[in-house]
Design a protein around this ligand. Structure first.
Ligand code: GLA
Length: 372
């Protein structure tokens, strides 16, 4: 299995768009090590759209833009590997990428071979400029087949924005993760729409095949390519909590070379990451929604404990209750409740636990049944 737990890493798009340079990517890999991201489990360094020149080479191959990657892609991938990290790249199933660069339609074999020769470990495969009449699912199957034919293990990220319900077929064409939605923006509205909109897709995810609700915007604060006003730290905590409960891939979108303390505290929280990376691989699911604003989500974990999120989408604080019965536990069960963000034990409780949840906030608990 290439992705037994949700892939963790960084992707250039959210902050940098097409403004790529090999020094940025190398410095990002350096920051993975220096900032503790690598030690926390973040592994893939992925360059998104904009790495290519406008024309293929005479040999039919994609060509890295020499102004951005003067040493080529293979040298960059070697550098990333020398740090003990993995390297990902981007292409598209249509004739052009979303930025209008040459894409892989009709060139699947040579592109897959080129990526394998560059020691690529991860391919994000987008959906712009699909020729009319071409079947989208077939195009993803074709690239899946060509990736397998290279013999190199390459994590395959289908990115067709949920159009053809990829949760129903993408695993069967070899995908390890598939985007379920359009692009995220760095705003509370976008996070809310995409994140809470994942309810109902949980049965399709598991080890080696994950729903992908797009990359994180934590730490962007309204600057960068998908800027849209930005979020508060409270909202970023909610964003990260939800993506962890969803067993979502954790692909960072901020500039990891310059994270502030609040951002580091969110993205490096070991208890949150453990919930996301739990080996059972269950995607968290909605168990209760009240008056469209107050949502309770749970994620069963491998050791029999449960991660529970009480989410308040409203603009004022709200007392919310996690009742054991709604968590599929007998209500006489005694459970130890631990605050997942702080690690602090909140004691042993029967029947339920109540908490005041801040606006746009979450209280995330780890609940472990214990003997009475
Ligand atoms: C699409 C994808 C984004 C990004 C851009 C690049 O919009 O959904 O994630 O890859 O293309 O052009």
């Amino acid at each position: 299995m290439l992705a037994p737990t949700p892939p963790m890493g960084w992707n250039s798009w959210n902050t940098f768009g097409g403004n790529l340079h090999e020094s940025l990517v190398r410095e990002t890999a350096d920051a993975f090590v220096a900032q503790g991201l690598k030690a926390a489990g973040y592994q893939y360094v992925v360059i998104d759209d904009g790495w290519q020149t406008d024309e293929r080479g005479v040999d039919g191959r994609l060509v890295p833009d020499p102004a951005k990657f003067p040493n080529g892609i293979k040298a960059l991938s070697a550098y990333i590997h020398s740090k003990g990290l993995k390297f990902g790249i981007y292409s598209c199933a249509g004739s052009f990428t979303c930025m209008g660069k040459p894409a892989s339609y009709g060139y699947e074999e040579i592109d897959a071979r080129t990526f394998a020769e560059w020691d690529v470990d991860f391919l994000k495969y987008d959906f712009c400029y699909k020729p009319a009449g071409a079947d989208g699912i077939m195009l993803y199957a074709r690239m899946g087949q060509e990736l397998r034919a290279t013999g190199r293990p390459i994590v395959y990220n289908v990115c067709e924005w949920g159009i053809n319900e990829p949760w129903k077929w993408a695993a069967s064409v070899g995908a390890h993760l598939w985007r379920t939605t359009g692009d995220i923006a760095d705003s509370w509205e976008s996070i809310e729409k995409i994140g809470f909109g994942q309810a109902g897709l949980e049965a399709y995810a598991g080890p080696d095949h994950w729903n992908d609700p797009d990359m994180l915007t934590v730490g962007m604060y309204g600057s960068g390519n998908v800027a849209h006003g930005g979020c508060t730290d409270e909202e970023y905590r909610t964003h990260f909590s939800l993506w962890c409960l969803l067993a979502s891939p954790l692909m960072l979108g901020c500039d990891v070379r310059s994270m502030n303390e609040a951002t580091r505290a969110i993205l490096l929280n070991p208890r949150l990451i453990a919930i996301n990376q739990d080996p059972l691989g269950r995607q968290g699911f909605l168990i209760e929604r009240q008056r469209e604003y107050y949502e309770t989500w749970m994620k069963p974990l491998a050791d029999g404990s449960i991660a529970v999120g009480l989410f308040n989408r409203d603009v004022s604080p709200r007392k919310m209750i996690a009742a054991w019965a709604s968590l599929r536990l007998h209500d006489r069960t005694c459970c130890e409740v631990v605050d997942a963000w702080s690690g602090e034990s909140l004691g042993v409780h029967d029947r339920a636990y109540a908490a005041e949840v801040p606006p746009h906030g979450v209280n995330l608990f780890h609940i472990t049944p214990v003997k009475a």
